[in-house]
Each structure stands twice: as C-alpha cells, then as structure tokens.
Design a protein around this ligand. Sequence first.
Ligand code: PMV
Length: 313
Amino acid sequence: MPAISATAPGKVILFGEHAVVYGRPAIAIPVTQVKAKAIVTANPRGAQGEVRLLATDIGLDAMLEDLEPAQPLAAAILETASALKVKRLPACTVKITSTIPVAAGMGSGAAVSVAVIRAVSAFLGHPLPDEKVSALAFEVEKIYHGTPSGIDNTVVTYARPVYFVKGQPVETLKVRRPFTLVIGDTGISSPTGAAVGEVCKAWQAGKTLYEAYFDSIGAMTQSARQAIESGGVELLGPLMDANHGVLRKMGVSSTELDTLVVAARRAGAWGAKLSGGGRGGNMIALVPTARAEGVAKALQAAGAVRTIVTGIK
Ligand code: PMV
C-alpha cells in the first residue's frame, strides 16, 4: 500500500481574536507558505493496533499505546478511529512534520490535527469530509487550549478566508480585490490558552467593560467583511489599527508587538495589529504590494525573527 499524505496550512486572524471566544465574529485567512504534513505508511509486518508516531521536530518517536490519550497527536488519531468505528488500526507509522511556527498564533496545533485526521481517515479507506475533519480537530483543540472558539480548525480545514462565529455554520469569504499582508514574528512563544485565560479573568472582574471591548471589535470585524467583499481594501488598514488599539486596552499586546506594529506603519503599511492570542507570537501588516519587502525589512530591523509575505485572494 502506498504512503498516504495530507497537509494543512497555517493561518492568521485578521480581525476578532479573543472577542470570538465570547460569540463575536472573527475573520481568519490561511497562510499557505507554511504547512503541517502527515504521512501514514502501512507496516505489513506489524501486528494490528501497532501505530508508531514520529514527529522528529518535537523529538517524539513513540507507540500510540504508550502515549496518554490526551496527547494531542494521539488524540487526533484516536478521534479519527473512533469516528470511523475502527477499534484497532492496521499497523502503521504516522509521520508528522510542520513548518508552522509553534505557539505563535499561526494555528500550528490545528493544522497538525487536520493533517493527521485527513491522512489517517484516508489510510483507513474513508477520507472524511471537511465538516467532519474540522469537528474532530476542534475536539483536539480543546486539549490544547481549554475553551477554543473553533476558528483555527475551521480556517485550516477549509484553507479559505473565513468569517467565523462560534457555533454557527462556516462562511467562506469572497475576496473582491486581492491584498497583501506581511506577518512579523516576535519570536516570543505565547501559548494561546494562557492569553485566553487572562482575558477570561479580566472579563470576570469587569464584564461591562470587556463586553464593550468585544462589541467594538465585533463591529470592526463586520466592517472589515464588507470591505473585503466589496474590494475596499484600503479601509482595512484603519480597522486593523483600531482593532489593535482595543487589544492593547485588553492587555494582550506587548512591548515587542507594539514595536513591530509601529515599525510596519512607519514603513508604509496601511494598518497593523497583533494576530492571535497575543502577548508574543505574530503581528500582521496590510501593505501596498510594492511595499511588502520594505515593510518586511523594517520589521526585521525592529526585532522580528521571521517575516512572511502572503497574498490573499
Ligand atoms: O491560535 P491563536 O493564537 O491564533 O489564537 C486563537 C484566537 C483566540 O481568539 C485568542 C482564541 C480562540 O480560540 O479563538
């Protein structure tokens, strides 16, 4: 049997992070320059149920039965087998690689889950439809960060720009006029769960204020959707600046993120904001395409450890 492989892209959140956990809309886009890949190879000489997991990037080489069921890679395999009512998998090796930066707000956990679910279900002879892949990856996301909104698994599964509201059917966005983003990585690892937990504490201590923050972010996200679908790309810049301003007030930015956001604007970006959980990880800048390389250089000079230029269409 030939090896079966599947991939899923990284992602960034364009608008609405954190507020999305509280029922407001968010917009996320796939970043195809980075991806997670899973390859499943049959081991014809192995016994039924012998599944080896190999993820050398994270130093993992283990048999499935020796891992905790809550280990996210193990969970992705077990969720898939259970969805397909397969009690014991045929002997195989599941190899996982990823070029998506970890704990940087780029959806690496969700992308790895989606790649594994797709490859394992195809290996079992029942490739799952996107809706089911996303739902299973959401179950694994809960292990990574407690109360995920579901936006990460959705955007990396569909690999299209999405307008996302928790618990509602996914809407993919039609991008009327392509636009260009520069992503700048602070290099500071920031697990999403911690940032989400801090926001939750602050919300509990000041519900009226935080609900107002979430409402204003929700309104910006709706305006951004209109701008994307009507081709008013320049309007997105001020909306990104405004969204960053509210995220700052919520305490999820950091000196490093603010420095990169300011550097991007000075280098000619139309707007910039942190993206994802915040505190560290990535920021994004909307740029005239001709300025993309200049903005990327300015971000590097201001301390970004990595920059990615990506087009959205
Ligand atoms: O995975 P990240 O860091 O892009 O964060 C996801 C966005 C949050 O809104 C902060 C959390 C969530 O589950 O939606």
